[in-house]
Ligand binder design. Structure first.
Ligand code: CMP
Length: 143
């Protein structure tokens, strides 16, 4: 079954949007299989955003993502990678559609509330980076 990695960033946690964000994915019918609140280390952040390491915003991005608690999640479902990105909206909250998480709550491109894997392969890499296999729970809905 397809899985994706989502992380509520420090701005989303501080603005108390964790419940609202989880609600959107539950309402859509996706299954939560991994969840933890953690303050990422610099090493984890640099690996996670390694693809951006030559960009001018890299240092600020790592600084920000390590600045406070993050809610790391793994969600499961058909087409969850692309669908989760649609629910998140465009990277820049100023151009993200209203109704998306970033369109509704994001302040600017550096404070855009949530991260979501951009492809199935990226999701697999990010899940393995943030979670051990034992932290992921397999369960079947009973209703
Ligand atoms: P995210 O989806 O977490 O993936 C990479 C992040 O880099 C992105 O969200 C933005 O928060 C950040 N980002 C991308 N472009 C810029 C930019 N031009 N300036 C600052 N941050 C950026």
């Amino acid at each position: 079954m397809e899985r994706t990695f989502l992380a509520v960033k420090p701005d989303g946690v501080q603005r108390q949007l964790v419940g609202e964000i989880i609600r959107r994915y539950e309402a859509k019918g996706f299954k939560l299989v991994g969840l933890k609140l953690m303050q990422p280390t610099r090493e984890l952040a640099e690996k996670h955003y390694g693809v951006h390491k030559e960009r001018p915003f890299f240092a600020g991005l790592v600084e920000f993502i390590t600045s406070g608690p993050v809610v790391a999640m793994v969600w499961e479902g058909d087409g969850v990678v692309a669908s989760a990105r649609k629910i998140i909206g465009a990277t820049n909250p100023l151009t993200a559609e209203p109704g998306t998480i970033r369109g509704d709550y994001g302040a600017n491109i550096g404070r855009n509330i949530i991260h979501g894997s951009d492809a199935i392969e990226t999701a697999q890499t990010e899940i393995a980076l943030w979670f051990t296999p034992e932290e992921l729970v397999t369960w079947q809905p009973s209703i």
